[in-house]
Design a protein. Sequence first.
Length: 257
Amino acid sequence: MRAGGALPEPEGREYEDSIGTSGEGAVRAVVRDRRLLAVAIDQGVLQQTPGAVSELLREALNPALAQSRIDTPAAGDPGPDLGAVNAQLTEFTLQGGQALTRVQELLDASMAKLAGKTGLSGDSTPQYVEFLFQDALDVVRSTQAALSADPAPPVTGEGRDEAEEVFAGVTDGSVDVLELTTAAVRLSPAELGQAVLEAVNAALEEWEERAGAVERPGLDLEALQKIGERAEQVREQSLNHLRTYTTSLTSIMRNID
């Protein structure tokens, strides 16, 4: 890499490169097949403290590593982030209910203004919509139940570069610790990038070895499947309710004299 030569082509299966950046492109990380392939660092970044440089590096590394794990999953990987799914579904349910209530309020206000002049009348209430959002909340509860299906403790790995200027700690595939010595930020960008690459890849290798050896209870696949099925039902119901609501509003508009 320091000589500027071309990177070797992967043998056998071709893997997509996952790229992460930080500092408006000042730091760039390339990951292929779950390993750090290259780290590019602008010279200006090295004018900062070791802690600040470390933070920029982790901001670039972790999105690329996460995408690579999605592209090339392996045994021992952490399960899906059901906590995030839970939070998002709850937020979507609240936002949807608030938006629909606001639409109904505006329609009712408009109909009240036009009723005397046009004879406009009708019920603008979206029928059975409360059941739709109850279904969404049921999905959240199912998600919470499935969340306890993978209680295994996090698996970690550690690694250093050859000169021991960079220390990397990996937890469940993400770099949560990246320590740089004062001497590390005095290296050239290419040298520091190589040191980070060595430390991070060593930590990833140790993490994968430990994760593969851990006996963790399998995720409740049936529960996850039910969550997916219920989410699809909510989507279908959303479309059906929207069609019914639109038909009702069209009928109301036809009452205008």
